[in-house]
Design a protein around this ligand. Sequence first.
Ligand SMILES: Cc1cc2nc3c(=O)[nH]c(=O)nc-3n(C[C@H](O)[C@H](O)[C@H](O)COP(=O)(O)OP(=O)(O)OC[C@H]3O[C@@H](n4cnc5c(N)ncnc54)[C@H](O)[C@@H]3O)c2cc1C
Length: 453
Amino acid sequence: MTEPTTLYDVVVIGAGYAGLTATHELLKAGKTVLLVEARDRVGGRVWTQRFDDGTYVDLGGAWVGPTQERLYAMAREFGVETYKTYDEGKSTQYFRGQVKRYKGLIPPLPIGALLSLDAAIKKLNKLSKAVDLAEPWATPNAPYLDSMTLASWMNGQMRFDVARQFFKVAAEAIWAADPTEISLLHALFYTKSCRDLDTLMNIKNGAQEERFVGGAQTIADRLAATFTHQLVFDSPVKAVIQGENDISVVTPKETYKGKRVIITVPPALQTRIDFQPILPVQRAQLIQRMPMGSVWKCYAIYEKPFWREQGLNGLAATPDGHVTVTFDNSPNDGSYGVLMGFVLGNQAKAFAGLSDSDRKLSALHSFATFFGTQALSPVRYLDHSFMNEEWSRGCYAGLMGPGVWTTLGPALRQPVGRIHWAGTETSDIWNGYIDGAIRSGERVATEVMIHGE
Ligand SMILES: Cc1cc2nc3c(=O)[nH]c(=O)nc-3n(C[C@H](O)[C@H](O)[C@H](O)COP(=O)(O)OP(=O)(O)OC[C@H]3O[C@@H](n4cnc5c(N)ncnc54)[C@H](O)[C@@H]3O)c2cc1C
């Protein structure tokens, strides 16, 4: 290994949306920057899989919606268009062996369960309003809210088992985790960070409202193309060594030196980096307590979106089976049909234990239950989980269980010597989303410039 000859103003680790944004901002400010990425591509948890026949699917982050202003701005800057998620016709609910169709947002549940579900959603929204987004640990009653899980709160709120089951489906789709894994304070923080629960759940006026023409990685690709010489691939960072006047970033091939380092790697993966000197206790304990969520995306591609002919919008929800939520993920012109099914939380962990053919069988069986037997014969089926990816190890994002925000929260963004932290997990707006990653990249670029050398 050669001794580094260049001293960069900043070395950025991780070329997801956070790292790309930070690099872009610092270069615009005239800094010398190197962006070091473990994978052979940019985008991180956003990965568009493109096939020879021109079809493509987003295996990771895909949707964009209202108030995600930084992501929309970046899409505009790089000429990437958006289009509405197909949402015409009836939604589907499958419960206790029965398929029911309904229009609008209110599922066909027994009235008692429906009222209970509605009251719980309103209550969570109301509680979330009191959260201090910048300092969640300073929220009134924070220790109490952080002492229980979202699941224990749900059990206390909803008398009807049916209501709890459907609330769980929604919660798992939002957090890619079982409600037993998340602190109530984290759920409230996340809810407010993304406006409210309705925004998180919905297509229209919600986080699933639009998608990107050509896939969500297109923006990342175009942004990275503006600084190819500042970007190194296939370079997993193994160690970060702070010296008196500089800081070394060690990869198997090269060691790079910077005056400052920005780390955008998800917290759980930071535990795999050898920090010298070792991280302060708060930081070291925090990153041991932010596990990644669990989710699979199952894609079936059809010659046409056949469910639309039956007046269905492709949206289905069920507490039964592996796939619990589906969306129409067809391209804008509907030239072919794509159904995407989420397998979430504990089901996602169990799904990982199945063979390729059993996973396919299970997902297609669910699609057929919701939309008819045509769903059994896709042109192509594929599924994917970032739990299997060395440089993500789960998705959508790092989560906080009980007690973490209130005991270790202040360490989340606190720089450690010459190290600054970014990544969607550090954002107070759209935490867990691409928009949050971009905001964190902008915030950390400013932070580094304020700290100077
Ligand atoms: C299945 C799924 C669905 C999602 N859906 C949506 C959605 O619809 N809309 C939305 O807005 N968000 C969605 N998200 C979340 C969104 O993708 C993430 O919040 C966002 O991409 C995170 O960006 P980031 O830059 O913070 O982190 P990352 O994208 O994880 O970037 C970190 C980078 O660091 C690299 N890295 C890791 N370890 C090392 C190392 N040791 N050395 C060097 N590099 C390293 C990684 O390869 C990666 O490129 C989804 C995520 C998943 C997985």
